[in-house]
Design a protein around this ligand. Structure first.
Ligand SMILES: Nc1nc2c(ncn2[C@@H]2O[C@H](COP(=O)(O)OP(=O)(O)OP(=O)(O)O)[C@@H](O)[C@H]2O)c(=O)[nH]1
Ligand SMILES: [Mg+2]
Length: 453
């Protein structure tokens, strides 16, 4: 990756972030009509349900935004993907007439991953309102929720492809009027070349700033590893309750769960204690979403790097959600695409959250741990399951050792291992100590105190 010597200051990041919003999404587009194009709509019952669920997800996205409302929605059959036009002629005409009749609608959200700049313009010309796709809507939600340097940079990076296609489109327009390929006085560059160069420079600058933050995170990670705290990554679909669960497990009052999609956009780490008194670090991650635009995943995948360096992955599922099974499939698919070590993928601990919303909940798959992060139900059991999994994955040993109280054995153990329980036999001058420690630490202990196994 290009390092460059471009140093980016905090104020510059804010400036970059606040510059022209390429999605063009603003407060004025709050009344939305959603169109979900579906290739096989109406052909099979199964497909029908999928399309309806995807529509529900689109509604969820729009209503996540403050003051935005869905005025109306429609699922329309469409031509096969790859065809130049999204809708057949008849459908398009009906749709256009319907939109024109709804004078209070300010934007149409076409629920596809990306519309080309050209079709976006064609649709806007035909309908006379702003046209949004999934990329622009999700990006706008991210924009509204971004608070840290890293999230802002990642969003600015995710906006570059939009700026680029918009530029190509504007220049194609200009060219029709004979302006785009003209040289700018004395520079030897055309306007198109100048603007493309500026975009390239902007992209490099953002990438190198992100790279710097990434190095800082590596450093923090290696410090954590040096201190030997095991890490547990909490992953799951957006809004499944990851942040709430971490708050409940750690008592970290600073965490703010919200009933909102993509409330968490940064990876944060929170310390908690397991029943054996071992300290673990819980990593809160960005939520997943089916059909999250690819380029967005790319921009945010660096934040998910911590997941592959953890000792355990906990997959939180909102079992009260009608789509919980599909959500699980999606999360596992994304995890597999992140190049996470096989042993971590094979040892995922699944948590069934929000059981307070289902009367008498029984997990259908036996490996799920039922909990309610909100009421605290099942959390004690979950902590034990996490503990067992951590001991297994870190290769730690649980031992009961007999120590002599007139030596420094006990204080050594307090420093170098997790002491769970001490029972002193004062008369004998010994204590029986239950500890969790690494095999390496046990080796050192035996050598130092000349203990035979
Ligand atoms: N009833 C109930 N609600 C819950 C439970 N856990 C979380 N919630 C609610 O679900 C909503 C989302 O919770 P968060 O913890 O922000 O979810 P998240 O997975 O971190 O969401 P993102 O960061 O947006 O991906 C909040 O309104 C929580 O109060 C639970 O066990 N029961
Ligand atoms: Mg969260």
């Amino acid at each position: 990756m290009q390092q460059g010597n471009s140093i980016i200051e905090e104020s510059e990041i804010d400036q970059l972030f606040q510059q022209q919003i390429p999605t063009g999404v603003g407060e004025e587009y709050q009344r939305v009509f959603i169109v979900h194009p579906d290739v096989k709509w109406g052909s099979k019952k199964q497909t029908l349900t999928t399309a309806e669920l995807q529509m529900d997800e689109a509604v969820g996205l729009v209503t996540t935004l403050q003051n935005w409302t869905v005025v109306d929605k429609i699922i329309l059959s469409t031509k096969t993907p790859g065809k130049k036009r999204l809708f057949g002629k008849g459908n398009f005409q009906t749709l256009t007439e319907r939109i024109k009749r709804m004078s209070h609608v300010t934007a149409v959200f076409v629920n596809v991953e990306r519309l080309s700049a050209l079709s976006e313009r064609e649709l806007e010309d035909a309908w006379g309102v702003k046209v949004l796709d999934r990329y622009t809507v999700v990006l706008h939600i991210f924009r509204c929720n971004a608070s840290t340097k890293e999230a802002k940079l990642q969003i600015s990076l995710a906006e570059i492809p939009l700026l680029r296609s918009r530029l190509r489109n504007d220049l194609a327009n200009l060219d029709q009027q004979g302006g785009g390929s003209r040289y700018i006085m004395g520079s030897g560059e055309t306007m198109m070349e100048v603007q493309q160069r500026m975009l390239r420079e902007r992209e490099l600058k953002i990438r190198s700033a992100l790279e710097k933050l990434c190095r800082k995170r590596h450093l923090l990670r290696s410090r954590r590893q040096q201190r030997q705290f095991p890490t547990v990554s909490i992953v799951g679909y957006t809004n499944c309750g990851k942040t709430t669960l971490i708050k409940a497990l750690t008592g970290d009052a600073g965490l703010e769960p919200r009933d909102q999609l993509f409330a968490t956009l940064d990876v944060t780490v929170h310390a908690g204690q397991l029943p054996c008194h071992m300290t673990v670090l819980y990593v809160d991650t960005i939520g997943f979403l089916s059909q999250l635009p690819h380029q967005l995943i790319d921009s945010f995948s660096a934040t998910l790097e911590d997941v592959s360096h953890s000792d355990l992955i906990v997959h939180v599922r909102d079992v009260s959600h009608p789509e919980t099974v599909n959500q699980k499939t999606n999360v596992l698919k994304v995890l597999r695409s992140l190049q996470i070590p096989e042993r971590l993928l094979n040892s995922i601990l699944e948590v069934h959250n929000k059981i307070d919303l289902i009367h008498g909940y029984q997990p259908s798959e036996s490996q799920g741990v039922p909990v309610s992060a909100l009421t605290g139900q099942g959390l004690a059991d979950l902590k034990h399951r996490i503990e067992a999994a951590i001991v297994e994955s870190t290769g730690k040993l649980i031992l009961t050792l007999e120590v002599h109280l007139n030596t420094s054995q006990l204080s050594w153990l307090y420093k170098n291992a997790t002491v769970q329980e001490v029972s002193v036999e004062a008369a004998e001058g010994v204590a029986s100590v239950r500890v969790i420690m690494s095999a390496a630490a046990y080796g050192r202990y035996r050598k130092l105190f000349q203990v035979t196994a």
